[in-house]
Design a protein around this ligand. Structure first.
Ligand code: GDP
Length: 452
């Protein structure tokens, strides 16, 4: 009897496998873009689909059940930890993750139309892959050799603000003779100094293109000593040197990084995605000023190249496979920091910044949807003012957000919108939909990718 019960179970499982659709969605953005908060809110909105804005729109009116998978997910997204930070008192933002993580959610929909009585329920398995957007910044490394990378870094370090941020490190790197025997102790120190420098570029100057990306966002699959290399500023694409020289050691590790870290991410993860959500903190750079906007533009152009399938298969050649992503949601995040009337303008400024590159992505056959988003709304509106709590403080402040232009000026010079560090709203609970802006539109957009 046990045997036949097992057999039935297997048949049921197979039927389920046949009737079930899978949708693989990547979620990415640079560090601080809002990925962790977004995914937490996304699961929360689905779990509470009967109560929130979702309840009123198709196809969620046919959604019967939602199950977030807790077990047997490799590198699971820390949903419960994020919830507990948000619902603690005082509320805290969840810990950003610096690694890849996964979410699996099973959805069951009532079929629609005349045949709904005889059709089986529609099942959808949503698989979400959350990964640091910085990893996509390493895509250009696939076409560089170590000498070329050194030339590029020497170039970057000549220009402000990187030149000042690098300080004495630049001189130290200029002193190293690439052909001399490598001093591994000194190399380790230089690598630590390079990582520090990348961190300062990010935190002090708001720069986004900090290479190699895994120095700041290593992930769990890379052996630490393979990350021990730095650009040698006196080396170039014509350099040749013995294997145990500075150049020999660094170029060997660079090759490993390029071929087994960067390429492996594309081969093992990226190539399986059906659609992508790309989150961008546009308000931060608008507040920080022109240099941060220029760097965001350069970084996002680099990130968007992973979705640019138009240019005669250049990307397919580089990656050695043809990516299958057909839909991209491109979202300015945290727009609850400005007034509802300004939110579209923030998104517009972001799209202005990346006008050409977005046109290329569309031209390559990817459907792009732009949405200004707030995963968790921390402000309330009262007339022209916003009311919110400040991080690390009790009580409430009332403020009027600074101006946001309808379009991004060509000069990239703006009046700072004046942003405040807000804490999450009080009273968040797993069993209630979190307040948000346009998460329902985004969830609907994700689900549109399936036939239900
Ligand atoms: P990640 O590094 O991409 O995972 O970004 P996080 O999700 O950790 O977000 C970084 C920070 O941005 C958070 O700690 C919050 O301070 C802020 N943040 C994220 N989403 C929102 C939002 O919807 N509204 C507001 N006001 N702040 C947000």
């Amino acid at each position: 009897q046990n045997k036949s019960a097992n057999w039935f179970k297997q048949v049921a499982q197979r039927a389920e496998a046949l009737g079930q659709q899978r949708l693989r969605v990547g979620v990415t953005g640079l560090s601080g873009a809002g990925k962790t908060t977004f995914i937490t809110s996304l699961i929360n909105q689905l779990e509470n689909h009967r109560k929130g804005l979702l309840a009123r729109r198709a196809p969620f009116d046919r959604l019967e059940s939602v199950r977030w998978q807790r077990e047997s997910v490799e590198q699971p997204f820390p949903y419960l930890e994020s919830l507990s930070a948000l619902s603690s008192n005082p509320a805290r933002w969840p810990e950003s993750t610096a690694d890849l993580s996964r979410v699996v959610i099973d959805l069951r929909f009532q079929p629609q139309g005349l045949l709904r009585k005889v059709q089986p329920v529609k099942q959808l398995r949503l698989e979400i892959l959350d990964y640091p957007g910085e990893w996509l910044l390493d895509l250009p490394l696939l076409q560089l050799d170590y000498g070329q990378w050194c030339e590029q870094m020497a170039d970057w370090l000549e220009q402000e603000p990187r030149r000042s941020l690098a300080g004495p490190l630049r001189d130290q790197l200029l002193e190293v003779d690439p052909a001399a025997p490598a001093d591994l102790q000194q190399l380790a120190e230089l690598k630590a100094a390079w990582s520090d420098f990348l961190m300062r570029c990010r935190t002090e100057a708001g720069l986004s293109r900090n290479q190699p990306a895994r120095f700041l966002q290593p992930g769990s699959d890379v052996a630490a000593e393979m990350l021990e290399f730095v650009p040698l500023l006196r080396a170039n694409r014509h350099s040749i040197a013995p294997a145990d020289s500075w150049f020999g050691i660094c170029s060997g590790r660079f090759d490993y990084y390029r071929d087994f870290v960067v390429r492996a991410f594309y081969d093992e993860h990226f190539r399986h995605l059906d659609q992508q959500v790309l989150l961008v903190d546009m308000l931060g750079p608008m507040d920080a000023g022109e240099a941060a906007l220029v760097d965001l533009r350069d970084a996002m152009e680099a990130v968007l190249s992973s979705f640019d399938y138009g240019r005669s298969g250049l990307l397919a050649r580089l990656l050695r496979f043809r990516p299958r992503i057909r839909r991209l949601a491109f979202c300015a995040t945290k727009v609850d920091k400005v007034s509802p009337e300004q939110q579209r303008a923030v998104q517009q400024c972001l799209e202005d910044l990346l006008l050409d590159r977005l046109a290329e992505v569309r031209h390559g056959g990817v459907e792009v949807r732009g949405l200004p988003l707030s995963a968790i709304r921390a402000t309330r509106q009262e007339g022209d003012n916003l009311i919110a709590g400040l991080e690390g403080q009790d009580g409430w402040v009332r403020y009027r957000p600074g101006s946001i232009p309808a379009h991004l000026p060509q000069s990239l010079q703006l009046d700072s919108p004046e942003l405040l560090p807000l804490r999450p709203p009080p009273g968040l609970h797993r069993s209630e939909p979190f307040p948000h802006y346009r998460m329902d539109d985004l969830v609907a957009w994700i689900i549109e990718g399936a036939q239900l």
